[in-house]
Each structure stands twice: as structure tokens, then as C-alpha cells.
Design a protein around this ligand. Structure first.
Ligand code: DAV
Length: 373
């Protein structure tokens, strides 16, 4: 057993797959707005997702785990805790926790290190506990593993812009995108905050999306924490950015998948181009916003939330036919995996996993500098 993973495409041999058990529509808090009156959760209410949805999601998660095991990949699972419990710190009380379906949000492996992200939702403050049994066992099994946790955030009211959501939802698209570009969103800069899923790993380059859950101080903390890497803060033309892995997805050296609807900064595009990377636009998703599963807070672009098993093999949601055809035409073996029942629990095939071991070492895929990069 060895912790090692530097990018999103080297051959995967060990992975964590999340669980749907006990997942909540979380209690209200400054960073999160949930309002699903047609599905029993009008604004301000909270509670467990229905048992039939949990069972359907777990069936797909278990089948995905089995598929990975049949390909010789070691699969570990987190331990759900009672997410319905209220939690508190000396600074705040929160009516419930959330769940442990998307390990990608909480943990990131960089080389021989596994880093626990700060997170920025009070409902997710304790989520690392679900992974501690696994992390402890890796620490004991692998004498080379580095186990790190970013500073636990205070998450007082000073970490959130008061009245943000009401103000923001009144803005038009261009005004919202201007706010996204300057990261003038719900989080203040009171302390470093980031979700691990806002980081895309391309060897020596780590691209970190400034978003609703990641602030500039969070990226600065990552920059100082990984002195051997180039850590870049990036934004996309997405009005509600949460996690980079349905927007800018590494597929293999020289090829990145981009959600064309979410415009990349020109300087980022040029950085890829001068280094001979091809930027491919994701295919249109199979679903529209109108036929998303109920209680889902992700977008139809989960279609591009793929998991690479190696440079030639990629797991894609089984109904995303256009996306599968595109990847097939780019020379990939495509492994279809039914997964839309998992979406209401926090994401797709990439969100629901975290790499613990991929073969290969640290390489520099961007030898040429461009602009701020
Ligand atoms: O763009 O729909 C997907 C990733 C959520 N963890 C989106 C976000």
C-alpha cells in the first residue's frame, strides 16, 4: 500500500468511493441556500434524503466500486456518521451535517501526501471524520505517507458576505460573471477556505478555481503549502462556480476537457496553447436543467465529471451518449457507468471518488511560461 498520485490520468490502482448513507438536505447556513418546495424541502427546512433515493444511489455506487475492483483497483469506502445531528464549535451551532458521498470535495492526494481541505460549509466542518479510519490505516501501512490537514476554519459570520444571496440573485448574467472574475462572492477573505474539488492536478501545475467555496486566501495557503508546484488561481464564466471538475478536466498529457458554456480566461487558454495542449469542448449534456433528478444541486454538466482509469480509459455516465462518442473519437476506451441516481448526493463519477494511488511521478507538462502563469 502506497499513497501516490500527481495528476488526473496516470494508471489508477487505489481509490476511495463515497457512500450515500444518511445524506441530508442540510440545515440552513450562510454559505448554502436550498429551496425545493416541490420536493418537500422549502427554504429553511432540512432533513434526510428519502430512503428510496439513498438505496438507488448506493446501488449505483456499489456497482461502480465493483466495476473498479474487477479492473484490479483497490476500492475503500468511508464510514458514514449520523449526519442528522446538530453540531457546534465555540463559534457557531449548525442544525445538521451533510453526508459523505463526494470524497473529492474533502480530500486531495498530491504525491505521497493526502491533504484534508478546510471546507467552508458549517454542515461539512466535521466531514473529515468519515475518512479518518481510512487515513489512519494508510498512515500505518505506508511509512512514506504524509498526512496533512489545512487549518480548520473558524467559519464565524465574518467568513461570509452578509446578504450575499439576495443581492447576487438580483444581478444579471454579466454582472454575476464580473463578480465571479473578481471572486467577490459569498466568502470573504477572513481566513483561507477551499474545497479539494476546486483543484485540478496536472503534475507540477495545480489549477485552483476561485468559487463559491474557495477564496483567494485558500489558494494562497495552497501555494505556500506546495512550494514544489505552480499553484494558479483561475476563474470561469460560470455564475455559480462550485468545484472545477465539471468545467476543466484533465484527460491525458496534452488534452483537457472544457465546459464551453463556462468561458475560460484568455490567459489560461494561451498558457495551454503555448505548451501544445489541446482544449476540447465537452459534448452537450444529455439532460437539461428541467429534467435533473430531484434535490440535485449540481448542473447537467456532471456529464463531463469523468474518472480516468489511465491515459486511454475513462469512466463516463452511461446515458451521456454524446460525451461517450466524443471521448471515443479522441481515442479513449469508454467505460459506461450508470450514475445519475447519485447526483443528488453531491456529484458524478469524479466527485464520488478520490485517488489514493496512481502510478507515475511528478512531471512538468507546461515548460513554457505565459502571462501570470
Ligand atoms: O458544475 O455542476 C459539479 C461538481 C460538484 N461537486 C457543477 C458542479
Amino acid at each position: 500500500m502506497k499513497v501516490n498520485s500527481w495528476n488526473g490520468w496516470d494508471p489508477l490502482t487505489h481509490v476511495i468511493v463515497g457512500r450515500a448513507d444518511g445524506t441530508m438536505v442540510q440545515a440552513p447556513e450562510p454559505a448554502v441556500v436550498r429551496d425545493w418546495p416541490e420536493h418537500g424541502f422549502p427554504a429553511g427546512t432540512y432533513g434526510r434524503l428519502p430512503d428510496d433515493m439513498v438505496a438507488a444511489a448506493n446501488e449505483q455506487l456499489d456497482a461502480f466500486a465493483d466495476l473498479l475492483r474487477r479492473r484490479g483497483i483497490r476500492v475503500d469506502r468511508p464510514e458514514a456518521i449520523d449526519f442528522s445531528r446538530p453540531v457546534s464549535t465555540p463559534d457557531w451551532e449548525q442544525g445538521s451535517m451533510f453526508g459523505c458521498m463526494p470524497p473529492r470535495d474533502v480530500l486531495i492526494t498530491v504525491g505521497n501526501e493526502i491533504l484534508e481541505a478546510t471546507m467552508c460549509y458549517r454542515s461539512r466542518w466535521f466531514e473529515y471524520l468519515c475518512y479518518r479510519p481510512l487515513l489512519g490505516s494508510y498512515f500505518r501501512e505506508d511509512p512514506g505517507m504524509r498526512w496533512e490537514a489545512a487549518p480548520k476554519p473558524r467559519l464565524t459570520d465574518a467568513s461570509y458576505r452578509a446578504g450575499f444571496w439576495e443581492e447576487y440573485e438580483r444581478l444579471d448574467f454579466d454582472e454575476q460573471i464580473a463578480r465571479v472574475r473578481e471572486n467577490n462572492l459569498v466568502l470573504t477573505e477572513a481566513e483561507p477556505l477551499f474545497d479539494a474539488a476546486d483543484i485540478a492536478r496536472f503534475g507540477k501545475d495545480l489549477f485552483v478555481q476561485l468559487s463559491m467555496v474557495t477564496n483567494r486566501s485558500g489558494v494562497e495557503w495552497l501555494r505556500r503549502h506546495f512550494p514544489g508546484h505552480r499553484v494558479h488561481a483561475v476563474t470561469f464564466g460560470n455564475t455559480h462556480p462550485v468545484h472545477i471538475d465539471a468545467t476543466w478536466v484533465p484527460l491525458r498529457p496534452g488534452l483537457v476537457l472544457h465546459c464551453g458554456e463556462r468561458e475560460a480566461e484568455e490567459e489560461l487558454v494561451q498558457y495551454f496553447k503555448v505548451n501544445d495542449w489541446e482544449i476540447v469542448s465537452a459534448a452537450p449534456p444529455a439532460r437539461s436543467w428541467d429534467d435533473m433528478p430531484k434535490l440535485c444541486f449540481c448542473s447537467p454538466w456532471l456529464s463531463m465529471n469523468v474518472l480516468s482509469l489511465d491515459q486511454n480509459t475513462v469512466c463516463v455516465e452511461a446515458s451521456e451518449v454524446a460525451q461517450m462518442e466524443l471521448l471515443d473519437s479522441l481515442g479513449f476506451e469508454v467505460v459506461p457507468v450508470p450514475f445519475w441516481d447519485v447526483a443528488p448526493f453531491g456529484g458524478g463519477l469524479h466527485c464520488s471518488t478520490v485517488d489514493i494511488h496512481r502510478e507515475g511521478g511528478l512531471e512538468d507538462y507546461f515548460p513554457k511560461r505565459h502571462g501570470r502563469f
